[in-house]
Design a protein around this ligand. Structure first.
Ligand code: PEP
Length: 252
């Protein structure tokens, strides 16, 4: 088991009616038992559900948004700014999720600028990286992940890494039921940690939490969490179900 405080994130994506979200909070999240000194539990609802969730969820569970705007408040139709997130008393944003990269054209540069803007304006960020299947098959996993990290590193000073959690999410494992084996995940997590040692600092490398995401379930969480460099999970599909409680329990 890793030496850092563990982290379990639930990315609810664009799912659930408000009634379903209320039911998930009342029947799963508000019944969780965990020690917040050992594990952070953070859920990211649909934007429109965030205020209700933030008000009604039990306090040790933190609430995140799934995206933030590259710009501040003002004439930016359709955007939600970091200032609006902070105004609700929230501290977390997921940025650079592969679905944002794939469907909404977010390049490494856009993601890195969003991360910089969010951190400079007081948010903690779950920054997502990960390769496509074709990258893995071409033995390019490390290069792709390094490129994503390099873009972010170029925008942050060393102290700002305190506000970053990295989520390694191989795109081929997201929502597909194809989970990376513990060895495959550990290999990339170790690569990310050594990247941080070489390119940022030993201190940042030792302190930064690196999450695994990609078809995590209550069945595979126990084995994955025992890998040395896996500090928790970013969970999609299973975070919408009672199974999320078992994943948190595996980290507690
Ligand atoms: C995710 O979208 O962050 C994710 C990991 O999804 P899933 O757990 O459904 O693969």
């Amino acid at each position: 088991m890793a030496i850092r405080r563990l982290f379990v994130g639930g990315n609810w994506k664009c799912n659930n009616t408000l009634a379903q979200t209320k039911d998930l909070v009342n029947s799963v999240l508000n019944k969780l038992h965990f020690d917040p000194s050992k594990v952070d539990v953070v859920v990211a609802p649909v934007f429109l559900h965030v205020p209700w969730v933030a008000e009604h969820i039990q306090k040790p569970v933190q609430v995140s948004v799934q995206n933030t705007s590259l710009t501040g408040t003002g004439a930016y139709t359709g955007e939600i700014s970091v200032a609006h997130v902070k105004d609700l008393g929230l501290n977390w944003a997921i940025l650079g999720h592969s679905e944002r990269r794939q469907y909404y054209g977010e390049t490494n540069e856009v993601v890195a600028n969003k991360v910089k803007y969010a951190v400079e304006n007081g948010l903690d960020v779950i920054a997502c990286v990960g390769e496509h299947l074709a990258d893995r098959e071409a033995n390019q996993t490390n290069q792709v992940v390094e490129g994503q990290l390099e873009a972010i590193r170029g925008k942050l000073n060393e102290a700002q890494w305190e506000k970053i959690v990295i989520a390694y999410e191989p795109v081929w494992a997201i929502g597909t039921g194809k989970v990376a084996t513990p060895a495959q995940a550990q290999e990339v997590h170790e690569f990310i940690r050594s990247y941080l040692t070489q390119k940022v600092s030993q201190n940042v490398s030792q302190k930064t939490r690196i999450l695994y995401g990609g078809s995590v379930t209550e069945k595979n969480a126990g084995e994955l969490i025992h890998q040395k460099d896996i500090d928790g999970f970013l969970v999609g599909g299973a975070s919408l179900k009672p199974a999320f409680a078992d994943i948190v329990a595996a980290c507690n």
